[in-house]
Design a protein around this ligand. Structure first.
Ligand code: CA
Ligand code: CA
Length: 299
């Protein structure tokens, strides 16, 4: 299997990045990833203030997928996520949201033991591995890996885990897929500015879809379909995620626009992904029983 190591990483998702590797449509590829601090925090004595900020949010890649052209959709099946044996968190004065009510900064190393992240002697949390940063290159100017957007990026969506399928836009030839910023556990919102940040490896199968009308980024779990949108404000991101799913229901399921609105109001769950990045991210979750009832097949 093709494996991309952490020595080939980017801090900007850009059409100008040289591919770290090339693969065929339908190939399975492993991305080894550093944590969001670039592995700089190895002890609790090291603080966020001492970080080299040019080395934050590294995304491994980019991967050039042969046959991918602007206007296509890249289907990324997340087959597995392996995690390191410890994670790290920081909490710092001035950072959103809870940093507004503390002084100073702390670093916490969390051992991964028996399938759990150990927070302290009282609390351990079952691992729920997810990918914080995953995206393709945008068509125009590059976008920092710390920022989410229409290309994906730093969406910090707790649902992007093993066994799910993420659909991303192809904006440039080869798509230039990159990813990093794994979390062992994270709450929706990421209100203290990080999850349990951790290094690891993600195995994905990548396929190029021609003529696919899904609004991207779009995520499928075994039970749910969801649109994911990022915008300057949480209000805009929430509205955009809702309207993207509404547009999908109307255009792809041929649903009446009033019915689609009513349906989302009773069966759609609007959820926060994160409110701490340069753009905020929300998702609209819909049970797949809806698409099934309308005979819609995801590719
Ligand atoms: Ca993140
Ligand atoms: Ca993170």
């Amino acid at each position: 299997m093709l494996t991309i190591h952490t020595d080939t990483k980017v801090h900007l998702m850009s059409k100008d990045n040289a591919p770290a590797a090339r693969c065929k449509d339908g190939e399975t590829v492993c991305f080894e990833t550093l944590d969001c601090f670039g592995g700089q925090l190895q002890s609790e004595a090291q603080k966020m203030g001492g970080l080299d900020w040019d080395n934050i949010n590294p995304a491994t890649g980019p991967l050039y997928i042969e046959g991918a052209q602007a206007g296509d959709v890249l289907k990324v099946e997340i087959l597995s996520i392996e995690l390191d044996d410890h994670g790290v968190m920081v909490h710092s004065e001035g950072e959103r949201v809870t940093g507004s009510v503390v002084q100073g900064e702390v670093t916490k190393i969390l051992p991964i033991e028996n399938g759990c992240a150990k927070f302290n002697d009282r609390l351990s949390f079952p691992l729920s591995p997810m990918i914080g940063v995953i995206g393709t290159a945008p068509a125009g100017e590059g976008i920092a890996t710390g920022t989410p957007g229409a290309h994906g990026g730093n969406m910090d969506c707790t649902r992007i885990g093993a066994g799910t399928t993420l659909y991303l836009p192809v904006n440039v030839d080869g798509a230039l897929l990159a990813m990093g910023d794994l979390h062992a556990v994270m709450g929706d919102g990421e209100v203290g500015v990080c999850g349990v940040e951790i290094a690891g490896a993600v195995t994905v199968r990548v396929s190029v879809l021609k003529g696919c009308a899904l609004p991207t980024p779009f995520l499928l779990t075994p039970e749910l379909a969801m649109t994911i949108c990022s915008a300057k404000t949480a209000d805009e991101a929430a509205d955009n995620a809702t309207l993207a799913m509404h547009a999908f229901l109307v255009s792809e399921l041929s649903m009446d626009a009033h019915d689609a609105g009513m349906l989302l109001s009773i069966a759609g769950n609007l959820c926060v992904c994160q409110v701490v990045d340069p753009e905020k991210t929300f998702r609209m979750e819909l049970p797949r029983s809806v698409t099934k009832a309308y005979g819609y097949q995801f590719r």
